[in-house]
Design a protein around this ligand. Structure first.
Ligand SMILES: [Zn+2]
Length: 256
């Protein structure tokens, strides 16, 4: 029954695609769908853009086979061989397409594709400003000893920012304290309290595993979407776009 089917979260999709990068053809299917207006298309238009015979059947066959593979590898066996693992269907109420099923990309999948930065090399608005982490190359002739810049002026700034709610970080910290009795970096195990003492006894940074820049109005953050990290690990994740996951950071740590 469709209603009883579980579907993955965006984070699960991101982790899956990092582990199992899609083939060129599978990625093309995902991007054709992702880049369609409202992430919605008909099977016929899908087939046409993919160069398949322009029937509902070919889209069902190819996208369905891939969906089944993804479902199986993600351990959602009840969805195998079923394109609805990646797609929601609806029929428009009116208009010339009113008898054609519209294929809408499932939202967690679309969020994951955005998070992975596929199909766009556009830097997202909060990436640079997140840390101010500009790459620096070695230049032996550079003499910066005379350089000065004006700072500290009061300036009125008006711009859009993505809303952040500090309560979710606070809740994540509270939960971790309750569970472990202390706050440690989830990646490297660093404890501010242990190293610096009382002054920072409950300090730790909250990292959104799904970037805020990829969220839309109305998206919600669950406490499970927050990783608690020390400043070094947090900055290393945000140092370069595309960001790496906490697991990838852990792998870097193990290698060093
Ligand atoms: Zn750390």
């Amino acid at each position: 029954m469709a209603s009883s089917k579980r579907t993955p979260t965006a984070i699960e999709f991101v982790e899956y695609f990092r582990k199992h990068p899609p083939s060129t053809n599978a990625k093309k299917m995902l991007l054709v769908h992702y880049l369609s207006p409202q992430k919605t298309l008909t099977a016929g238009s899908f087939s046409k853009q993919m160069g398949w015979p322009p029937t509902q059947r070919s889209a069902n066959l190819h996208y369905g086979t891939y969906a089944g593979k993804v479902a199986k590898q993600m351990k959602y066996p009840e969805s195998s061989q079923d394109v609805s693992f990646l797609v929601k269907f609806c029929k428009p109420l009116a208009g010339k397409d009113k008898n054609l099923w519209q294929w809408i990309m499932r939202k967690p999948l679309a969020t994951a594709i955005k998070q992975l930065g596929w199909g766009t090399d556009k830097r997202l608005e909060d990436v640079g400003s997140d840390i101010g982490f500009d790459p620096v190359t070695q230049d032996t002739k550079f003499d910066g000893s005379k350089r000065s810049v004006a700072e500290g002026r009061r300036k009125l700034r008006q711009h859009y920012i993505r809303e952040r709610d500090p309560r979710i970080i606070r809740d994540a910290k509270r939960l971790a304290l309750k569970k472990h009795g202390e706050l440690r970096c989830e990646a490297c195990g660093f404890s501010f309290a242990e190293t610096y003492g009382e002054r920072v006894s409950t300090y730790i940074e909250g990292h959104h595993k799904i970037s805020i820049s990829n969220m839309k109005s109305g998206d919600r953050t669950n406490v499970r979407d927050i990783a608690l990290l020390c400043s070094n690990c947090h900055r290393t994740i945000h140092a370069k776009w595309p960001y790496i996951s906490v697991d990838e950071l852990k792998r870097l740590l193990r290698r060093s």
